[in-house]
Design a protein around this ligand. Sequence first.
Ligand code: 0RA
Length: 654
Amino acid sequence: MTDEEKIAIASENYTADNIQVLEGLEAVRKRPAMYIGDVSTRGLHHLVYEVIDNSIDEALVGYCDKIDVFIHEDNSITVIDNGRGIPTGLHEKENRSALEVVMTVLHAGGKFDKDSYKVSGGLHGVGVSCVNGLSSKLIAKVYREGKIFIQEYAYGKPLENVKVIGETTKSGTEITFVPDNSIFITTTYDYNILCSRLRELAFLNKGITLSITDYREKDESGNFISQEFYSEHGLIDFINYLDANREILMLEPIAIEGEKNSIPVEIAMQYNTSFAENLHSYVNNINTHEGGTHLSGFRRGLTRTLKNYAEKSGMLAKLKFDISGDDFREGLTAILSVKVAEPQFEGQTKTKLGNSEVMGAVDQMVSESLTNYLEEHPKESKIIVNKVILAATARHAARKARELVQRKNVLSGSGLPGKLSDCSERDPSLCEIYLVEGDSAGGTAKQGRDRKFQAILPLRGKILNVEKAMPYKIFESEEIKNMFTALGVTIGTEEDSKALNLEKLRYHKIIIMTDADVDGSHIATLILTFFFRYMMELIERGYVYIATPPLYLIKKGKAQQYCWSEEEREKFIKELSSNGNESGIHIQRYKGLGEMNAEQLWVTTMDPEFRTLRQVTIESGTEADRVFSMLMGDEVPPRREFIEQNAKYANIDV
Ligand code: 0RA
């Protein structure tokens, strides 16, 4: 900061705008990750979210109800809304168009409209100028006061003054940007990732229509792929969407909506027959994966209110053990959405709400509304209390089973499973464990591995489907117990039966290696379901991977090559036969890991120099929850439909 700037700040003339002007877009280009999280696929998609969030802000103050997103052939993006349009008049202090200020000054977005209740605004709330700074080209078109205004930018710098290019009867903003490929690792947009965010925004902001069109791909009838999202009932629709594949226990979700201490709170919740707790919380439309004060307030309010009701009802009289907080949330799907004017985000991924005043607001809101609900719905209330009693009984059984398992481990020396072939390295950050389908492939992997840092744990057949099983079953399943003990992870404490302890985690790469066939995919999905429901943090920390064994070995004379896809296979065959000779080519289709010898398995799938590992990430917690409940739950038709739609992404033998 220069002395003049310091003086300006210290002087009476200081306003917030002074500071903002100091922060130019060069800062964004220098440290993009600081502003948008990262420069991978995730950051790339955040550019779109940032623009949409400005349109959502317009919708929240009542001026916009339609937002359309287009992915162009070159992976540039257009977002169009029917809001008021970014102001285009002269910005007195800056002596240039307000549009130019909004697009080129960091955090300038909201400065024109102090009375508006701005609550949205991207993961990092950095404003649309940040998108501009990270785009090699951006065009802003504004439809306002009967005119069409336009300004173009390159790398955040205006190429010319704002000009009028025509007349219009519409109002709104249209932003087209080309992400700077010198900043992002990848600039290819994923249609499905954008779809889930738009769907989520539609549920969180009822009444807005959001659409997406992808000009890169056509459907069977020759139309560009496109989807539209609109929700009339908001969070209630969201719950029904998430629970579509679960057996639900009530006629319709419980809905809570209102404002406490000027904090808008919206909740929808519903109990189902599963054993999983599905709480998803949002602050200003941002998914708070790490929870925070709003979620704590929800839990408190829920536990206290249900406990009071259950005790008063007399239904707990015969229960021989106490009920814990978890028991009220087993089989519960809930969405909690609050709007906070000045949110403080904490935690590793800045997705944990820190504002202490929110806890009490949500707690009170839940207590009051839920007390009313329970009094007005005696039938549902009884179902809920019975569900809680069942959960307490199951937890009790799980604790006994867990204690038995853990006592046994203490007795058996190292406590490591007999089937584990461990590595010699002791630093977890250098160690890998392969979870291998079948004893025979396990044997091959054991011979092929580098024993210094690679451990092998063979798993026999289909492991327990934890989506359907009662929680205590995981302590009875040999394969699941082996995974816990080999990984060095424990689960459950006196206070929290699902608490995960990763302090003694023994490997930072956990690699699922199954056959490239239907059974293999099924086993990989079962293992992932187990991780998702019981060891989510392993996935969040980026420790879980999927190995990719090759599908073919193609040989001709001395030339040989492994191929991982049909395209690769065809390409190589073409190369081999380019000299006109179509003969002597030998193609081996690997149906399973067992068909490779140790050397082949090492070279293709395990050697860190050459292998491809697919890291398992969760783009959307709600979407992952829905997909797992569908893939592993009881309802068959939605599962069939999903598999048919997604078969093209997988190597499925048919
Ligand atoms: C600043 C002030 C106003 C609106 C906007 C920005 C605005 C920004 C974006 C970005 C995408 N769509 C947008 N729509 C609006 C208030 C406008 C007024 O007071 O008329």
